[in-house]
Design a binder for this molecule. Structure first.
Ligand SMILES: Nc1ncnc2c1ncn2[C@@H]1O[C@H](COP(=O)(O)OP(=O)(O)OP(=O)(O)O)[C@@H](O)[C@H]1O
Length: 404
């Protein structure tokens, strides 16, 4: 027995408030975009849910794709039956049989929309429930906390039955909480930070700093690949490629001691803030995680972060590396992130970067770099921007599905 439909449920927050229709539409469009390679599927909105008509498409094949849609809390395969009692009972048995593992307790909930159907909801609860109990003698009824709830909807033309509930990505629809710039390096952390920001409803534009020709083109290609992975959740992602070579070499020539990393990171942040102003973004997202490296001590984060006035969002700040890696594996960025790459900031590393950079000292060094502001402006002017879309989902279907 194969399901004919799927019900997709939207998060409660999405369904409330003034922007409800906009949020619903965002998710609706994202579902259609994500499933675009399944040409037979058709879509409709219904009472804050999305209904897919599968038209022969295998529900299991859709699942890894549906899990990428942010703002969907859960989804269920739905079985259709003609409006005849015996056929509805037969379908109910099939639905229970399809649950793996079989539940120990269950309840039936019938809703009769079609009042011309001869049995009312109470009667149907009994007629369907009794039939299930006879077929599965080990199953017990628990109306308060059942392991499975078999829902039966008696509609005008058919009865719809479903029981299984698969968990979705949750979160908010992309863009429902505004826009932020994501500082995207080639490492493990920043793509995860980007995903968490997207899941929280932020639309992100990525900014990458490279020091070509000191860093090679492969490193830039790697960042494009990472942005592609984020695009699977967000739709096409704008990626701003900033050449940091000139800023970096000038700062390095003027100061080459233990505060160099703090100076370079502050310059990056200030360029990102300028791009954010141009692009109408209200925050900067980074992949910093407390204590990971010298530039991520509390003191370093403070001295570096003070370079800008936009809010800095650090989704990973209190996550440990194992958790971060688990998310990176789930969203498919991990295998890309661990490929070898050259990061611009590791090129001119001082022998012992300070873990406790003093803000006043850093500001005083910067105040002597009278050319710095012009250099930052120049870097913004020379930024190359591209729109990165996810890989061709039709050809990559097998690879894509194995991420979850
Ligand atoms: N070349 C870069 N381009 C854009 N952002 C960068 C770059 N290098 C670092 N960042 C930002 O600064 C954050 C901290 O970088 P750092 O190299 O100190 O830490 P990390 O733990 O190695 O981060 P990641 O794994 O994301 O590279 C990164 O997560 C990213 O947001």
């Amino acid at each position: 027995m194969k399901p004919q439909q799927a019900i997709l449920r939207l998060g409660e927050l999405t369904l409330k408030g003034r922007n409800r229709h906009r949020f619903e539409n965002t998710i609706f469009e994202q579902v259609k975009r994500t499933l675009r390679s399944f040409e037979a599927v058709s879509y409709r909105k219904e009472f804050g849910r999305i209904i897919l008509q599968l038209n022969g498409t295998d529900y299991e094949e859709l699942m890894p794709y549906l899990r990428k849609v942010l703002g969907l809390t859960s989804f269920s395969p739905v079985y259709s039956s003609p409006l005849e009692l015996e056929r509805i009972q037969e379908t109910a048995l099939g639905v229970i049989q399809s649950l793996k593992p079989l539940p120990r307790t269950y309840k039936v909930s019938v809703r009769r929309v079609n009042k011309s159907f001869p049995h009312d909801s109470q009667e149907m609860n009994r007629l369907v429930g009794g039939c299930v109990l006879r077929a599965f003698p080990d199953l017990k009824v628990d109306v308060h906390r059942p392991e499975a709830e078999l829902r039966v909807e008696i509609r005008e033309r058919e009865a719809l039955l479903y029981c299984r509930v698969d968990e979705g990505a949750g979160g908010f629809p992309v863009g429902s909480n505004g826009k932020a710039m994501l500082m995207l390096s080639g490492g493990i952390d920043s793509p995860v930070a980007g995903y968490l920001a997207l899941r929280q409803g932020l639309q992100v534009e990525a900014v990458h700093f490279h020091s070509y020709p000191y860093t090679n083109e492969k490193s830039q290609q790697k960042v494009i690949e990472l942005a592609r992975k984020l695009a699977a959740f967000a739709g096409p992602v704008k990626l701003h490629m900033v050449s940091f070579t000139s800023v970096q070499t000038k700062i390095h020539a003027a100061y080459n001691q233990n505060l160099l990393i703090a100076l370079l990171r502050r310059a990056m942040l200030r360029i990102t803030e300028k791009l954010a102003e141009e692009r109408g973004a209200g925050a900067i997202v980074t992949g910093e995680s407390l204590g990971q490296v010298a530039s991520q001590t509390l003191s370093s984060m403070n001295t570096i972060g003070r370079a800008v006035s936009l809010p800095l969002i650090r989704p990973l700040v209190c996550m440990e590396k194992r958790e971060i890696i688990r998310v990176a594996e789930g969203i498919g960025t991990f295998p890309i992130s661990i490929l070898p790459h050259e990061d611009c900031c590791t090129l001119f590393l001082p022998p012992s970067p300070s873990t406790n950079p003093n803000l006043r000292v850093v500001e005083s060094i910067e105040s002597k770099m009278t050319w710095l502001e012009d250099e930052l402006e120049e870097a913004v002017r020379n930024t190359r921007s591209l729109l990165v879309d996810e890989e061709d989902v039709v050809n990559q279907r097998d690879k894509f599905a194995s991420f979850f």
